[in-house]
Ligand binder design. Structure first.
Ligand code: MN
Ligand code: MN
Length: 477
């Protein structure tokens, strides 16, 4: 392609080299298939980090233990986000090399009072999370993932719809035969938010003749027997009551595993590439890069899709607080040391990029678009309407990144999110930028971003992994 370097597959001819790319993709595919919520991702990362010798920073802080070069720690933020550190040889004050990505994905969340019966069908009411084309989320097999927390603190894990024998769920759509009015509506009205109700059952509980002294509860049960039947099933399966939904976080996501796509097996179609396709290689690069000159920090955060707000999002002070804990455990905490550690850091803030789609070329400007199989995408800036809301990385920083990637023969490309004034989007980069550190947006190109099933190229995922390793080993030296 005239605008870009070589197709990255050319570097991996059939045989051993290509097998390595496919092998990494298999690991990612099984991660993507089993980790469909930020909580499930965090649990996976904790499990793998522990296996690799990482210890819980919270415990180290509590016990007043010390940390030194080569030590590896992780810390969970409410089980929905995780930060990992590999302590470097140089003082932390000289800055960290940071890999950041988010692990929340667009979906539908159950409302706090979700369950109801209508015309002898039981349904769950949802509130969608993140930016979605609502009409894409109907008529698909759906799974339910999340937690129900009972008043006594018991956490009930829910993951139903993935096994071949599991039931799945669905939001219905109007048949084409009766859709003449619906089909005239504009795209954002074809299916409206309040109509995203998930069908979960249709068998009534057995009818019972009620005596005059029957309680209100029993009368209610007899009025909505399909709902009552579902509640009995939930009681038996999870030991929960209807009121327990008040303290639940259940996410409705596409059911089924990620799959290999293409006769040449070049791509993966799966739910939640945004942004697990960056989180997964960032995590493994942190583990596999070993102990580096500078401290490595890996931030895998929640809530990016709704503006990075809240305790588990990037806007939270969590990361800064944890850097303070690490400094303290290294015996060199001071307010000034903390500020210097943050300012002297270098970061790759990773999030998916829009891949050029030959079906929709008009929204892209080809010289500055991201293409499949052309490696990690760098967005010097993001934002919309004249770069608004964007972190604009410095030319000097971009030059240093080019050198690292070229020296290691890692494929990369630069891109914008679509044509000028075509739309736009934000990431977590500006939040790290607020500390005065060098940060640039990077990530893997994805097709049908924010659709239930998104597509990414295996070779791009592999180049991201290699690029992240080179970055943590070499940036800032
Ligand atoms: Mn997104
Ligand atoms: Mn994203």
């Amino acid at each position: 392609m005239e605008y870009k370097g070589k197709n990255a597959w050319e570097k991996y001819p059939q045989g051993e080299k290509r097998e390595k790319v496919f092998e990494f993709a298999e690991g990612y595919k099984s991660f993507l298939s089993s980790c469909k919520t930020e909580r499930e991702c965090t649990s996976y990362f904790i499990k793998e980090a522990k296996k690799a010798g990482f210890r819980d920073l919270a415990e180290i802080a509590k016990n007043g233990e010390t940390l030194s070069a080569g030590d590896k720690v992780y810390v969970s933020n409410m089980g929905k986000a995780i930060t990992l550190f590999v302590i470097g040889k140089r003082p932390l004050e000289e800055g960290m090399n940071i890999l950041g990505a988010h692990i929340d994905s667009p979906r539908m969340d159950l409302k706090q009072v979700p369950l109801y019966e209508d015309t002898e069908m039981a349904l769950l009411d949802t509130h969608y999370y993140g930016g979605i084309k609502k009409y894409q989320w109907v008529t698909l097999p759906l799974a339910l993932h999340g937690v129900i927390v009972k008043k006594d603190g018991t956490v009930v894990n829910v993951a139903v719809g993935e096994g071949m024998d599991d039931p799945v769920f669905c939001v219905s759509d109007l048949l084409i035969h009766l859709s003449s009015k619906q089909m005239e509506k504009v795209g954002n009205k074809i299916v409206e938010g309040e109509d995203l109700n998930v069908l979960i059952g249709s068998i009534p509980l057995e009818e019972v003749e009620l005596g005059e002294d029957a309680s209100e509860e029993e009368k209610e049960k007899q009025k909505s027997r399909v709902k009552a039947n579902i509640l009995e099933i939930l009681k038996e399966k999870y030991d929960v009551d209807e009121a327990d939904f008040l303290s639940a976080e259940i996410e409705v996501v596409p059911a089924g595993p990620a799959r290999t796509l293409g006769f040449d097996r070049s791509c993966i179609i799966g739910y939640g590439h945004d942004d697990r396709v960056c989180a997964y290689p960032s995590f493994w690069a942190t583990l596999d890069a070993g102990s580096c000159e500078r401290t490595t920090a890996c931030l895998l955060v929640d809530k990016e899709e709704i503006g990075s707000v809240g305790a588990t999002g990037m806007e939270s002070r969590f990361f800064e607080n944890m850097v303070a804990e690490v400094l303290n455990a290294c015996g060199c905490y001071s307010e000034l040391a903390l500020r210097r550690a943050m300012m002297n850091s270098r970061a790759l803030s990773s999030d998916v990029s829009a891949a050029f789609d030959p079906n929709y070329p008009s929204v892209m400007e080809k010289k500055n678009a991201a293409f499949f199989a052309h490696g990690l995408v760098f967005n010097k800036y993001t934002g919309s309407r004249g770069k608004s809301g964007s972190n604009d990385a410095s030319a000097e920083y971009m030059a240093s990144i080019r050198k690292i990637f070229d020296d290691e023969d890692i494929s990369f490309q630069t891109a914008e999110l679509g044509k000028v004034d075509e739309g736009g989007g934000g990431t977590i980069a500006y939040i790290l930028g607020n500390y005065g550190m060098n940060v640039i947006d990077s990530g893997v190109a994805v097709l049908n971003m924010h659709a239930p099933w998104e597509i990414a190229s295996k070779v791009d995922i592999y180049e991201a992994y290699r690029g992240y390793i080179a970055f943590v080993q070499k940036a800032g030296l």
